[in-house]
Design a protein around this ligand. Structure first.
Ligand code: GLV
Length: 329
């Protein structure tokens, strides 16, 4: 008899076919997000689940799902999952690292360019019929070339963002919990600086840290106050690493010039002030969303699920000792 698994949101048909070769699959191709009660109900008798970052996997859910053995998130981030609770319940947890780095770095650059050069604002102006012709001082933006790019968090994605800066002749600074090896710094043409130096020197500050208690509001009121007047903030990492209320204040007061945001503190809800601001570019958490990359993420999560339930050794296990304390991340 095949084990039963659940896929909580719509995925590509070929991946459902692949899963069906191994399991009895319950899918949610209607793509209606499940509230915790519905998720728990749908997990009855399931051995595994493919989740997205909108599914909360916590102790309460796990206590209602005693048959669950594997949670495979279709995301590199996993702050929607209580790892310790999973480890205590001997549940394997996996994520999808690597496959989304280039697409996310590309999109970070889309936000940088759109924000600095006012692409969305001028597009809206034109579509609304207000364009009367060429003006010397129309939509004056900030140059990206030869500017100083500050990268907070220098993992796989931060490094790819840095490498893309070389075509713009930028000075690239970064800050991270650990300084990268000299060969990595050379390849990225990036210089390690303190967090304070990063904040005070960057014309464009882009964040690439995972969300964790230690990175909650890593950019808050004090950090925004240190940023260069006229600087731009980019966040395609996770909501909660920026204090959105403090950001609204800094944008309103003109302390910083603009922001490009793909993620938000209480998404899908937005701080209402952000919506009214012309100097802000807002996108709905789509940095990894190229067709190829989202397929690769879903396929990697599916492979993790198959490996977890057939061999007990999924390639992207985040809690290596599921029976331990979950500190293996
Ligand atoms: C997307 O936000 C991810 O973590 O993969």
């Amino acid at each position: 008899m095949k084990l039963k698994v659940l896929v909580t949101r719509e995925i590509f048909e070929d991946i459902l076919d692949y899963l069906a070769g191994h399991f009895e699959v319950s899918a949610n191709q209607s793509d209606i997000p499940m509230d915790p009660q519905t998720l728990a109900k749908n997990l009855t008798n399931k051995s595994g689940v493919m989740t997205t970052l909108m599914d909360r996997v916590d102790a309460a859910l796990l206590s209602a799902c005693p048959t669950l053995k594997a949670v495979c998130n279709i995301a590199v981030g996993f702050n929607n999952i209580d790892l310790n609770a999973c480890s205590r319940a001997k549940i394997m947890v996996t994520n999808t690292p690597g496959v989304l780095d280039d697409s996310t770095a590309d999109f970070t650059w889309a936000l940088i360019m759109a924000t600095a050069r006012r692409v969305v604002e001028s597009d809206t102006h034109l579509r609304s019929g207000h364009w009367k012709g060429w003006y010397l001082k129309q939509f004056l933006g900030a140059d990206v070339h030869h500017a100083t790019l500050g990268i907070l968090g220098f993992g796989r994605i931060g490094r790819k963002v840095a490498r893309r800066a070389s075509g713009f002749d930028m000075t690239v600074l970064y800050h991270s919990t650990r300084q990268a090896d000299p060969d990595v710094e050379r390849a990225c043409n990036a210089t390690y600086v303190s967090k304070d130096a990063l904040l005070t020197r960057a014309d464009i500050l882009t964040i690439h840290v995972p969300y964790a208690p230690s990175t909650h509001h890593i950019i808050g009121r004090p950090e925004l106050a240190m940023m260069k007047p006229g600087a731009i903030l980019i966040n395609a990492a996770r909501g909660g690493v920026v204090d959105d209320a403090a950001l609204v204040e800094a944008l309103t007061s003109g302390r910083i010039a603009g922001a490009g945001l793909d993620v938000f503190e209480n998404e899908p809800a937005l701080n209402p002030a952000l919506i009214t601001m012309k100097n802000v570019v807002l996108t709905p958490h789509i940095a990894s969303s190229s067709a190829a990359t989202r397929h690769a993420m879903a396929m990697l999560a599916a492979r993790n699920l198959v490996a977890a339930l057939t061999t007990g050794k999924p390639p992207n296990l985040i809690n290596p000792e599921p029976s331990g304390d979950g500190s293996g991340q």
